[in-house]
Write a protein that binds this ligand. Structure first.
Ligand SMILES: *Cc1c(COP(=O)(O)O)cnc(C)c1O
Length: 357
């Protein structure tokens, strides 16, 4: 069975060494040495100032909103994984959806300004499939209207914009280190905090709001990463270069072979790729379903990322309509891409798609 992705498991001996270390010092959670080491190494690797590791990418978003005191409305994209929106709703913030650009699939900055009201306190864009948003335009809008910007950068691990980490834009960027993501810690996530004076607050919030054993000034939660997860991250970091090289090879084969058959996502020229997804757009949903059925018959399971468009979620009131996002979500499919995908399998996938089209 071939799925859209396959969790990468790093060298087992290396992981065992870390586990031995954890057993030796008996510290398994609560900001242990492995978590601290991973924070340090990730900050260096990514080229960012402050990293706070957390239990998952959804909690990273929630902690980001709470750290920045986001209230009222947040302008966000309807074309993303559901956690981008559900994390807002959970925190009592109303998502105001602004439609996407039909080619880049990111929030279209042209649509943001007309949605701003006195109740708006934030913009929550997503670098979808790792494609960098128009970060400079968004920054300008946020400045003019005194809004905070939180990037859901779950897909943008190690993406660079004009030579520096794209995570350095906005007030906070959040990452997901779930097993299906490019870089993973089994379950996990992180906040990249650009305002130095907010780091301490975020650290209290992930640990029940406790500042010291006798003072609990914040309303916090439990969002801590544990040592076994951090150890997995340390192992992944050691192998990232070769993982990325293999992903790049798979990506480039799809690109070359499918060029005249389907539409690709338009890349932001100022941002680098991380080869984490390979989305393709068909002419319509019917065509997509035909391809999907043909692949499924051969035990190949691409995923309809992202379906449904988030402006169609039942629990969002008032109802909003983003036409472009709804249209794209019906005709986009993410093809299998992971380091161990065999050449022969990939060409089989390509052949099936070509035959159907
Ligand atoms: C994976 C993902 C999340 C959620 O991260 P988890 O670690 O699974 O909680 C949030 N936003 C986007 C865009 C994602 O792809």
């Amino acid at each position: 069975m071939i799925n859209v992705t396959k969790t990468y498991l790093p060298n087992k001996e290396r992981y065992k060494q870390y586990v031995d270390e954890i057993y030796a010092n008996g510290w398994i959670t609560n900001n242990g040495p492995m978590v601290r080491e991973l924070e340090k190494r990730l900050a260096e690797y990514l080229g960012v100032k402050n990293i706070v590791l957390v239990a998952n990418g959804t909690l990273a978003l929630e902690i980001a909103y709470r750290t920045l005191d986001i209230k009222g409305f947040a302008i966000t994209t309807p074309f993303s994984f559901v956690a981008t929106t559900s994390s807002l709703v959970t925190n009592g913030i109303l998502p105001i959806f602004t439609d996407i650009d039909s080619h880049t699939l990111n929030i279209d900055p042209k649509n943001i300004e007309k949605l701003i009201t006195p109740n708006t306190s934030a913009i929550v864009p997503v670098h979808i499939f790792g494609n960098g948003c128009e970060v400079e335009v968004i920054e300008q809008i946020a400045k003019e209207h005194n809004l905070k910007v939180i990037y859901d950068a779950a897909h943008a691990f190690d993406v660079r914009f004009k030579g520096q980490s794209i995570l350095n834009y906005g007030n906070i960027s959040t990452l997901s280190f779930h097993a299906t993501k490019l870089f993973h810690t089994i379950e996990g996530g992180a906040l990249v905090i650009n305002d130095d004076d907010l780091v301490e607050k975020a650290r209290y919030l992930i640990n029940f709001g406790i500042e010291n054993p006798e003072s609990i000034p914040h309303l916090g939660t439990n969002a801590k990463m544990n040592e076994f997860e951090a150890a997995m991250g340390l192992c992944m970091l050691d192998e990232l270069e070769s993982i990325n090289q293999k992903r790049k090879e798979v990506y480039e084969i799809y690109q070359k072979e499918l060029d005249s058959f389907v539409e690709f996502q338009k890349q932001n020229e100022n941002s680098t790729k991380n080869y984490s997804y390979f989305p393709v757009m068909f002419e319509n949903e019917k065509q997509l379903l035909k391809v999907q059925t043909a692949l499924n018959k051969k035990e190949i399971f691409p995923r309809r990322y992202f379906y449904q468009s988030l402006d169609t979620l039942d629990y969002i009131e008032p109802k909003q309509i983003c036409k472009i996002s709804r249209d794209i979500s019906k005709r986009i499919l993410c093809l299998p891409i992971y380091p161990e995908l065999e050449n022969e399998t990939q060409f089989r996938i390509i052949q099936i798609i070509k035959e159907v089209l």
